[in-house]
Design a protein around this ligand. Structure first.
Ligand code: ARG
Length: 291
């Protein structure tokens, strides 16, 4: 032997300190979700660029993928309630659009397209039966598709679906500051395709999905945001559901998953490829019921 002493164990600093030293560990909070089984899912009309009515949909596969998403939430310790799917409403699986619930108050949805309009009453009736007060909206708002709660504020997307006149209504009904953000890329037609809420103070987002003024607003409010790579956004990677620590996101968004890990979050990839044919991912299939 050369007599050299064993090398001291080298600690890989990047893996031990993945977040800025001051950033706290992400903490999970148990959530309550509402979901709708894709029993009648199909793509027979096109109201966003992802939908191709000529291409067949494998409903059995959609059901299995959706079931795996539901099981993922249960495994993470969350509560999942179910609303009955209605024949003739194939997009009802995208529960996020059904309402916005903050502090136990439900602001009902009002859909832009005739094909989805009847969903609003179904979701409203579910909340009424569950004992929640439901406020009927005057203006078009597509629920959590365009209204995202980040801590005390509501980010409000417009440009494709939700009517900007809904913003004052949302603020009055839900009692939160509303931050309007203009979406400009039709692939990212709902805010929840361009912004993922990671915790009460942090988002991930795709700047190019917004006009310049809205980009400035988001940069000023969220200087520590995770900026998504366009390739991850292009598989709807930002259509993610976080409990504050675990981020359930499309499995195809591998770059975003890596970026989230570096920041201390735990990515939980799920494959919802069949539901992507309707233009949705995990977040679209999930409506949060906030107490
Ligand atoms: N086909 C549905 C639509 O275009 C998809 C909705 C997706 N939901 C969402 N929260 N982004 O309206």
């Amino acid at each position: 032997m050369s007599g050299a002493r064993p090398l001291p164990t080298v600690i890989n600093v990047t893996s031990v300190l993945p977040r800025p030293a001051a950033a706290p560990e992400p903490v999970a909070r148990p959530r309550h979700y509402l979901m709708c089984r894709p029993a009648h899912f199909e793509v027979r009309y096109a109201i966003n660029p992802w939908m191709r009515p000529g291409e067949p949909v494998d409903r059995g596969r959609a059901l299995a993928q959706w079931e795996a998403l539901r099981q993922t939430y249960l495994d993470l310790g969350h509560r999942v309630d179910l609303i009955d799917p209605v024949p003739g409403l194939p997009d009802m699986v995208y529960a996020a659009n059904g309402a916005t619930v903050v502090g136990g108050t439900v602001l009902g949805a009002r859909f832009r397209h005739a094909e989805r309009r009847a969903e609003a009453a179904e979701y409203g009736a579910w909340f009424t039966a569950a004992g929640y007060p439901v406020v009927e909206p005057e203006f078009v708002n597509e629920g959590e598709g365009d209204l995202l709660v980040v801590g005390d504020v509501l980010l409000a997307g417009y440009g494709f679906r939700t009517d900007p006149r809904a913003h004052a209504e949302v603020a009055a009904v839900l009692g939160r500051e509303v931050v309007p953000l203009r979406l400009v890329d039709p692939r990212f037609y709902h805010l929840d395709t361009a912004v993922a809420v990671l915790d009460d103070a942090t988002i991930a987002w795709l700047p190019a999905a917004f006009d310049a003024a809205s980009q400035d607003v988001l940069r000023a409010r969220f200087p520590d945001a995770v900026v998504a790579h366009p390739a991850d956004a292009a598989v709807l990677g930002l259509n993610a559901v976080s409990d504050g620590r675990h981020v359930v996101l499309p499995a195809q968004a591998t770059g975003l998953a890596a970026a989230l890990s570096e920041r201390g979050y735990t990515p939980v990839p799920v494959d919802l490829s069949e539901l992507l044919r309707g233009g949705g991912g995990p977040k679209c299939c999930t409506l949060e019921v906030r107490p």
